[in-house]
Write a protein that binds this ligand. Structure first.
Ligand SMILES: [Zn+2]
Length: 353
């Protein structure tokens, strides 16, 4: 009575499974289908597990042999699964490699609209171009800076009101997000020997936030060190800068002002570009508050202490520095009422340039 012999039943089930699993694996056309098929056999509720559960019905003396057969079959199934998985992956890779390549030259389905540069980038490139024409080279510096390079070496004592004025973003390691591009002056002066003439465009950070101030904004700094450099050289560079950026004959005036790292220091106004008359006079307008002048930058002769701090003999060398906020230059040029518009990335705003 073979039908009622549990050992024979289990043997038959094992033989059926052994004959059947490989064709089932080979029929799977995807990795997921193959894994599903494998789970149907080896999973917790799988066919081999079900066979193993019948082991209790076999006579005790035959159970060990049956267990060994089950284990052997399990290993066969696992090996078969691995082989089929490798075959499947290899076929997929071969199909990918033999498929026609993507044609990157095909025209896009959607019409491609060309963008343009951001107003700040346009202004920066123009200012950099003017100074490059005047013989200045670009010098780069880090946005995360040591306190010494941002304040101390520039002549800011630790309790100087200017360091309060420029309330800053500090890191835990006594570094800060630079509050101006003047750190580049220090880096250039401590790493190179004069003479030198550099321009340093970059991003700077302060805790300011209103219609004309942003916590993140952009500056350009220019500085020149040589023998016998005087305020006359600074004025000459400023006049040429105004000529080239705002048009020939644009007048420039200096108003005395204070910055810790220059002596003397000055704010620089240019003749208002908005109310300029054909004869070169200014009629006055709301943008220049009816004065005919617009403030564009700060400048001065580099303080001898700053030169000394950087190991440059102030009796032999002198220099000037000037710095401007690019947002202000862009706001004046394009009549932009609020600095935030430049950082909102609203296409309705950006499309106007
Ligand atoms: Zn005006």
């Amino acid at each position: 009575m073979a039908e009622s012999d549990p050992t024979a039943t289990i043997d038959r089930a094992l033989a059926d499974l052994r004959n059947g699993f490989l064709p089932r694996f080979q029929a799977a056309s995807t990795e997921q289908a193959l894994r599903d098929e494998n789970a149907k056999i080896l999973g917790k509720k799988g066919e081999l597990t079900a066979i193993l559960k019948q082991l209790g019905q076999a006579p005790p003396e035959g159970r060990k042999a049956i267990g060994e057969k089950v284990n052997a079959l399990k290993q066969e199934v696992e090996a078969g699964f691995d082989k089929c998985l490798n075959d499947l992956r290899r076929k997929q890779r071969e199909a990918e490699l033999s498929a026609p390549p993507f044609d990157l030259t095909l025209p896009a389905r959607m019409p491609v609209t060309a963008g343009h540069k951001h107003p700040i980038a346009m202004v920066r490139e123009d200012v950099v171009a003017v100074f490059r024409q005047l013989g200045f080279a670009v010098f780069d510096g880090p946005e995360i800076e040591h306190e010494e390079n941002n304040f101390t070496m520039l002549g800011f004592p630790p309790d100087h009101p200017a360091t309060d004025m420029q309330d800053s973003f500090w890191t835990k390691s006594n570094k800060l997000l630079r509050t101006h591009t003047s750190n580049v002056q220090i880096r250039a002066m401590t790493s190179l020997k004069p003479p030198m003439a550099f321009i340093a465009p970059g991003t700077v950070f302060r805790r300011d936030d209103d219609a004309t101030h942003s916590p993140m904004f952009h500056q350009i700094e220019a500085f020149l060190i040589d023998r016998n450099v005087t305020l006359a050289h600074l004025k000459g560079v400023l006049a040429e800068f105004a000529n080239r950026l705002y048009g020939p004959g644009t007048p420039v005036r200096l108003r005395p002002s204070y910055f810790p790292f220059v002596e003397p220091g000055a704010e620089v106004d240019i003749g208002c570009v908005f109310c300029k008359q054909p004869d070169g006079t200014r009629a006055g307008c709301s943008l220049c508050k009816h004065t005919g002048w617009i403030e564009v930058l700060g400048c001065g002769m580099i303080h001898p202490v700053v030169l000394e701090n950087c190991g440059i003999d102030p009796d032999e060398w002198s220099g000037f520095a000037l710095g401007m906020g690019l947002e202000r230059i862009a706001m004046l040029r394009y009549d932009i009422p609020n600095i935030k518009l430049m950082f909102d990335n609203d296409p309705r705003f950006l499309a106007q340039f």
